[in-house]
Design a protein around this ligand. Structure first.
Ligand SMILES: Cc1ncc(COP(=O)(O)O)c(C=O)c1O
Length: 413
């Protein structure tokens, strides 16, 4: 039919026939805030967005060139499901050097971003009746992927006072005979907290007697500050290698979010299972992107060092500014590019428009409207009363945003 009467209808009764698994899942809150900020920007509003979970830096030129070259050379057909052999081999070698546990190419699956790796993992491992232990605050997609797979997330809260690190005793208390996996993220999204070697040892001691998988998301591992020594739980507990899965990728380390290249490093039987899932879902990530990621991994760490230094400067500026705001408490994150202030002191206050700030979602919406500063409510990360600010913005914008927020907070009664 051309033009005419047929159209897509949001209220179509067929939407009622969606799979039941969707009823437990919420769309990504971070993407929603970004969309709203972009909407305002499109209207010409000067929005400062702390919403994005991605570096504001460009992908390094040599990496972009490698992508262009791959296309020019006709590297535009399917690759093996688990990725091009050159990249898998280099990821395995890099992981062996970094984590001290010998990985081979067969342990590596190159995926559609690290999110794709986690999705393969969820479908390969989790099912109804399984519990997956997730320390909170946590990245939004962990619980949703667990639910999509039919399993149940079990949250273990941590506190700002404890540096946003899960206490070994709290972790121990959450483990049951149903625990299929524990998901660790260090440095963390949304708090930036990273576990020291001693802290990882203590967690490994809790996990050792339990027959569960350990998922260690190390996507922010290269972004740590103040000389923090980043360690993997795999490095401190190599005896647990047969049930540990490393999740990592190119997105954050090489400013390659849009290229969609991540990877998992897993014991061979699980790697094979995840390949099966990927083979029936994505097939692989894009061919030229894999060649670009290979170039990224081969590059000297100059660009990374530059990016890290800038992030560190911004972190210091932002955290100091947030702490100077009335009622705000904020830790100093060891890594990633997020600050996670406690703004619960603003709850119950009223804006000049006489709106009550009832929760962190109200606070985020008010900040966007009143100051055109976009932040993500902490409740999206299972931590109500907080905000997540991604410092993937310039120091100048950080200063301006802090000035705007300070002015707005002054108007609250
Ligand atoms: C903790 C964490 N893991 C995984 C991902 C997924 O990254 P990718 O872009 O490689 O899919 C993100 C992205 O925000 C993240 O914050």
């Amino acid at each position: 039919m051309r033009g005419g009467s047929a159209h897509y209808d949001a209220d179509d009764p067929m939407t009622k026939k969606l799979a039941a698994r969707l009823s437990a899942v919420v769309p990504s809150a971070t993407l929603a805030i970004n969309a709203r900020a972009q909407e305002l920007r499109a209207k010409g509003v000067d929005v400062i967005s702390f919403g994005a979970g991605e570096p504001d830096f460009d992908t390094p030129e040599n990496v972009r060139e490698a992508g262009r070259r791959a296309i020019a050379e006709g590297k535009t057909r399917y690759t093996p499901v688990s990725g091009i052999p050159e990249l898998r081999k280099l990821i395995a070698e890099t992981s062996t050097a970094l984590r001290g546990v010998a990985a081979r190419a067969e342990n590596v699956t190159v995926t559609v971003g690290a999110k794709g790796a986690l999705f393969n993992l969820a479908l390969a491992l989790f099912e109804e009746g399984d519990e997956v232990v997730i320390p909170t605050p946590c990245w939004v997609s962990y619980p949703e992927q667990v639910r999509l797979a039919g399993a149940t997330p079990v949250f273990v809260p941590s506190t700002l006072e404890a540096g946003w690190k899960v206490a070994p005793a709290a972790l121990a208390a959450a483990l049951t005979a149903r625990t299929k996996a524990v998901v660790l993220c260090s440095p963390s999204n949304p708090t930036g907290a990273a576990y020291t070697e001693a802290e990882l040892r203590a967690l490994a001691d809790v996990l050792r007697p339990h027959d569960c998988w350990i998922v260690t998301d190390e996507i922010y591992g290269a972004l740590v500050y103040d000389g923090f020594v980043q360690r993997s739980i795999l490095a401190v507990a190599p005896d647990l290698v047969d049930r540990t899965v490393v999740i990592d990728g190119a997105s954050k380390t090489y400013a390659m979010t849009g290229w969609r290249v991540g990877w998992s490093i897993a014991p061979a039987p699980l790697a094979k299972a995840m390949d099966t899932i990927q083979g029936q879902g994505a097939t692989s990530t894009a061919t030229f992107c894999q060649w670009a990621a290979l170039e990224a991994l081969r590059s000297p760490p100059t660009e990374l060092a530059r990016m890290r230094a800038l992030f560190e400067e911004r972190r210091d500026r932002l955290v100091a500014g947030l702490r100077a705001l009335p009622g705000v408490r904020c830790g100093v994150p060891e890594g990633a590019f997020y600050a996670f202030p406690d703004v619960s002191a603003w709850l119950g206050k009223r804006t000049p428009m006489d709106q009550e700030l009832r929760d962190d979602a109200d606070i985020a919406a008010w900040l966007l409207d009143a100051t055109h500063v976009a932040v993500v409510p902490g409740s999206a990360f299972c931590a109500p009363g907080h905000l997540r600010l991604s410092y993937a913005v310039s120091v100048k914008s950080i200063d301006e945003a802090l000035r705007r927020i300070a002015g707005a907070v002054d108007t609250l009664v």
